[in-house]
Design a protein. Structure first.
Length: 114
């Protein structure tokens, strides 16, 4: 079951220029970074991220839906015939997997770690 919006990510072409815009112009404060190509900003209960990695091309945006049980949700989606791209990605702060909607849009199914 989807419980929250985990994050929205925008593809950018120039990380330093984009960081200056989001941090200095819009006033967002960075939270986590993964190398120099993925920057996260907490916004309410969700996260906004910018990246130029992982095959994102501009303009592009993607959404991540928070779920209460990643493994159960993925099993249910797989049983419903939803394409799952690769396997589960395990990061220090979360676990996630990518699925595809009927139009080919990528959606992240996400579970924060405590």
């Amino acid at each position: 079951m989807i419980t929250d919006l985990a994050f929205v990510v925008y593809a950018v072409t120039d990380i330093p220029r984009s960081r200056a815009f989001y941090e200095q112009t819009l006033g967002l404060k960075p939270d986590e970074t993964f190398g120099s190509s993925w920057i996260e900003y907490p916004v309410g209960s969700a996260t906004f991220a910018i990246t130029n990695a992982f095959g994102f091309t501009t303009p592009s945006a993607s959404v991540a839906f928070e779920v209460d049980d990643l493994d159960t949700q993925l099993a249910s989606l797989k049983a419903a015939g939803v394409p799952i791209q690769g396997g589960i990605n395990d990061f220090p702060s979360c676990r996630m997997a990518l699925i595809t909607d009927p139009d080919g849009n990528t959606i992240c199914i996400h579970r924060r770690k405590s």
